[in-house]
Design a protein around this ligand. Structure first.
Ligand SMILES: [Zn+2]
Length: 120
């Protein structure tokens, strides 16, 4: 069975903007997983592969939902983007630290909008 059929059969698709839950058993860390060409791959990375024709360098979730495989919620990025995103969404950070990070985050949101615009 071709990968894209094997993959999408296991996805609970919802509205275009909703999270699409991977139907397989999640890993202990919360990510979905499946075997592709004999290798274990993270389900959201495979969703990116099937949409863009390649694996992401770093597959990031714009929704922070690890089990989600909606291709419009899976972005490619660098390690730096990934940790910056996590910091920006962390409500416990404080003071100067927060405003400094918020300023840098502005570029990230613009980049994110560009990536999303390209995905549609
Ligand atoms: Zn999602």
């Amino acid at each position: 069975m071709p990968l894209y059929i094997r993959f999408w059969l296991r996805v609970e698709k919802r509205g275009a903007d909703d999270c699409w839950r991977w139907g397989g058993k999640p890993r202990p860390d919360g990510y979905g997983e499946l075997t592709v060409d004999g290798r274990r791959q993270l389900a959201h990375r495979v969703a990116f592969l099937l949409t863009h024709g390649r694996y992401p360098f770093i597959g990031r979730h714009s929704c922070d939902n690890r089990i989600c495989v909606n291709p419009s919620h899976v972005l490619d990025g660098t390690k730096r983007d990934n940790s910056r995103d996590m910091v920006l969404r962390n409500p416990t950070m404080s003071g100067a630290d927060a405003s400094d990070r918020a300023l840098r985050g502005w570029a990230t949101r613009r980049q994110k909008a560009r990536v999303l615009a390209r995905a549609f």
